[in-house]
Design a protein around this ligand. Structure first.
Ligand code: HEC
Length: 159
């Protein structure tokens, strides 16, 4: 399993780096200003997105607790909830504010590899693989937040 999951985060990272480089270049060409904080989102869309994100954060914390307790069935359920949350974001917020990055592209670039690795860890009941892919998922959350200029505490292992 490890041999299979190893190259995937590396792939995701290079895709992420390329995408970030592209969006950063785009921004500095136009204004030279620092990354905007979710520019132009209407209040209702903003609130809906924040609610979905808060649910994602709860699911993410439950995922960690289930994984570290070795409750693989619950881990599977939590991954499903997170995927549902991502699908909600994709459907309800095809664009976030006035950002040039499409939500579908962001989700595909940042979250597919860690979700695949998590599912592989669940299938193998692989404790170390779970921790590694959980961290990769947290990194994906943070990469997307950076891409959209969200300021706030980074996502990581719950304390
Ligand atoms: C598609 C990109 C994207 C992904 C992937 C993503 N987020 Fe977010 N997230 C955002 C954006 C954009 C905001 C800012 C929302 C706003 O303020 O309008 C945000 C805000 C948040 C917030 C703050 C909500 C609030 O009430 O202010 C939390 C918590 C959060 N995300 C958790 C997560 C977690 C946990 C994950 C990963 C499991 C994740 N996010 C993945 C784009 C993303």
């Amino acid at each position: 399993m490890r041999a299979l999951t190893k190259p995937i985060p590396a792939l995701a990272l290079s895709a992420t780096a390329a995408l970030l480089a592209a969006t950063t270049a785009c921004r500095s060409n136009t204004s030279g200003a620092p990354a905007p904080d979710v520019v132009g989102a209407t209040d209702a869309a903003h609130e809906a997105l924040e609610r979905t994100m808060d649910e994602l954060a709860d699911d993410h914390a439950r995922l960690w607790r289930a994984g570290t307790a070795g409750d693989w069935k619950q881990v599977d359920t939590e991954i499903g909830r997170i995927e549902f949350g991502f699908d909600t974001v994709r459907r309800e917020h095809p664009r976030i504010g006035a950002h040039e990055l499409s939500t579908a592209k962001a989700l595909d670039s940042f979250t597919v590899a860690p979700r695949f690795a998590l599912r592989a860890a669940v299938a193998a009941h692989d404790d170390a693989g779970f921790r590694e892919s959980f961290d990769a998922l947290s990194a994906a959350c943070n990469t997307c937040h950076e891409a959209y200029g969200r300021r706030g505490d980074p996502i990581g292992r719950p304390r």
